[in-house]
Write a protein that binds this ligand. Sequence first.
Ligand code: PXP
Length: 245
Amino acid sequence: MGRKLRLGVNIDHVATIRNARGGLHPDPVRAAHLAVQAGADGITAHLREDRRHISDRDIARLATEIDRPLNLEMAATPEMLQIALRHRPHAACLVPEKREERTTEGGLDVARGIDHLRPYVEALSKAGIRVSLFIEADPKQLDAAKAVGAPVVELHTGAYCEAEGAERDRLLKRVEDAAAYAERLGLECHAGHGLSYDTVLPIAVIPSLVELNIGHFLVGEAIFSGLEHSIRRMRALMDRARRTG
Ligand code: PXP
């Protein structure tokens, strides 16, 4: 049996539904508690510059009320750095952020942004926050992540999840190769974006991966089967992948 694969449940879209009407319901912190009960190893939340889903108050509550590691997804900006240093989450995942995008559309270009990213990686690491860089499954980006001093990378699985047939196989192979290369470089390797019951198995069997971060599908599926059930089922698929290889 392979080592356990951690599941980070991203609760951003509970906040999306709440914000559609204003007010307090549904509460993402309640969803985080439920996720922990259902087998999440950690909670992930993205505080975007435009606060379209998760709010500053959500982050403050998640940091104090949840007894599992909090992974704060954030852009590398002075404002977000101050917030991370105030709340000291277990981990910070640096992501690219464009106001006009619907979701995080691509990985960080670490190779071209080393000088910009280095002070963020250093400041977060100095505060005891484990820094992860959200990147495409590309050896050039992995070399740059290593050079900038990040201990963790998260590989973007969005393109693999959206592709079909031979193209999906090709993109899966890229993720597999990148995860193996990350391990050789001594980087802890995570993956996420767009994962569903249909796409998770081939990713979960990749032995070099230690964590998956999954959100939108789980919250969407909760409409039909409940959040606890959707997370338990995802957890079971991930565990099965690790048991059977
Ligand atoms: N990982 C990162 C870095 C992300 O930005 C996101 C989306 O916020 C996810 C994982 C989760 O993606 P999804 O919501 O599509 O499961």
